[in-house]
Design a protein around this ligand. Structure first.
Ligand code: PLP
Length: 390
């Protein structure tokens, strides 16, 4: 991607991230690896981190891989006051033959650049940052758990670091990347989750920031999440407007499967209307389903005939199709759990029940999950995998 064009390029200054300038300082006190069974998401960090500073005057500085450490910030730093902060979430997987890969990292880089543009933070060359991230993963290779279903979660983050309380486009920024070993999201197998159809709070609004992966989108949702949890639901189903359009489920994109009156299966996900994060898993599910339909690659077990739609769907249609026995399944998608089946939606004081298969997954989500996990763990060949090291 060549969107590393910032205000600096007009003044002829070096602007982009340059992997050739990368330096590596290894820790002298490597940590002991925790037992994989004890891993809790986001609580264990690998030995190193990647740091790349930026200033408006000089562009991107030299990338460095350094021992994992705290970041010193002035208490007046704009990011601490005005949430000029964004992040990404991706995973490095270790295959059975020990090859380490990233799954579609260019999609995360594209989204990170889009988020940066929204906050007037600096953009960068996707391939340059991928190269630096690959170097970090190679240095911390031993942190990628060997057990099936495990991975190294990678968290690229970009923050404004100006020491000023003035609200203005950032003049200084820091891009850093940290990594956490993680286990499977559902160690005991798939467990369909209950969602709370949320109308009391809004995650995203038209022309707002819901379509970007900005820090400001996440903190405010924890109150709604806590309310849902208090009422016995795992996540919020974010419903928009008086018609209660389905948007996202917690921090996952959403898919619904219904049959039309003629019995034809339709796989539906709400369109990217600015209120929905363009998920990498969402895009991958759509691509796999469309490849099945076009015959590019048929998925074993997937319905023979299926319509794939990016279209609005509201609670009225969910309830109607449920009443008529046409609701097949509903699931969330995201890097963390790949596919999460839903068992019911708390709505208007009652529960709308969603069919789930014996093992938790439905007839459409299961073949999609099998294919996606097969690719990520190396059992299925795909050019979505970027090799980090062999
Ligand atoms: C709000 C939101 N929606 C959807 C997703 C799923 O996106 P992806 O498939 O890229 O992980 C995420 C996670 O990144 C998210 O935070």
């Amino acid at each position: 991607m060549s969107q590393g064009i910032t205000r600096d390029s007009m003044r002829g200054k070096p602007v982009d991230i340059e992997p050739s300038r990368l330096t590596v300082t290894k820790t002298t006190s490597p940590k002991e690896l925790p037992p994989s069974k004890s891993l809790i998401f986001g609580e264990t960090f690998s030995d190193h981190m990647l740091r790349i500073p930026w200033t408006d005057a000089t562009g991107w500085g030299a990338p460095s891989i350094v021992p994992f450490s705290t970041i010193n910030l002035c208490p007046g730093t704009t990011m601490l006051h005005y949430a000029q902060s964004l992040f990404e979430g991706m995973k490095a997987y270790r295959h059975a033959d020990d090859t380490v890969t990233l799954f579609r990292p260019e999609m995360n880089m594209k989204r990170m650049n889009t988020s940066a543009q929204r906050l007037l933070l600096p953009t960068f060359s996707s391939s340059a940052l991928i190269e630096c991230i690959k170097a970090l993963i190679a240095v911390d290779r031993r942190w990628i758990p060997k057990e099936p279903g495990h991975s190294l979660y990678i968290r690229p983050t970009l923050i404004a670091t100006n020491s000023t309380l003035a609200i203005a486009p950032p003049k200084e920024a820091l891009l850093f990347v940290i990594a956490c070993p993680v286990g499977p999201y559902y160690p005991q197998g798939f467990k369909p989750v209950p969602l709370y159809g949320t109308t009391e709070y809004t995650r995203a609004a038209p022309k707002g920031i819901g379509g970007y992966k900005l820090a400001a989108n996440y903190g405010p949702c924890t109150l709604a999440q806590k309310c849902a949890a208090n009422w016995g639901y795992t996540q919020n189903l974010w419903l928009h407007g008086p018609e209660h359009w389905l948007t996202e489920a917690g921090v996952m994109n959403l898919f619904v499967v219904i049959k039309d009156s003629g019995g034809v299966t339709e796989l539906i996900t709400p369109p990217l209307n600015g209120m929905i994060l363009p998920g990498v898993t969402r895009d991958s599910v759509l691509a796999l389903a469309r490849n099945h339909v076009s015959g590019v690659k048929r998925l074993g077990g997937f319905p023979d005939v299926i319509k794939v739609s990016e279209r609005p769907i509201n609670m009225g249609e969910i309830i109607q199709s449920s009443k008529e026995g046409r609701l097949v399944e509903l699931f969330g998608t995201g890097t963390a759990a790949i596919i999460t089946p839903v068992e019911r939606i708390g709505y208007n004081g009652g529960d709308v029940m969603i069919p789930t298969g014996e093992d938790g997954m439905g007839p459409v989500s299961r073949p999609l999950w099998t294919e996606l996990v097969g690719i990520q763990m190396g059992a299925v060949k795909s050019d979505w995998n970027h090799v980090v090291s062999k």
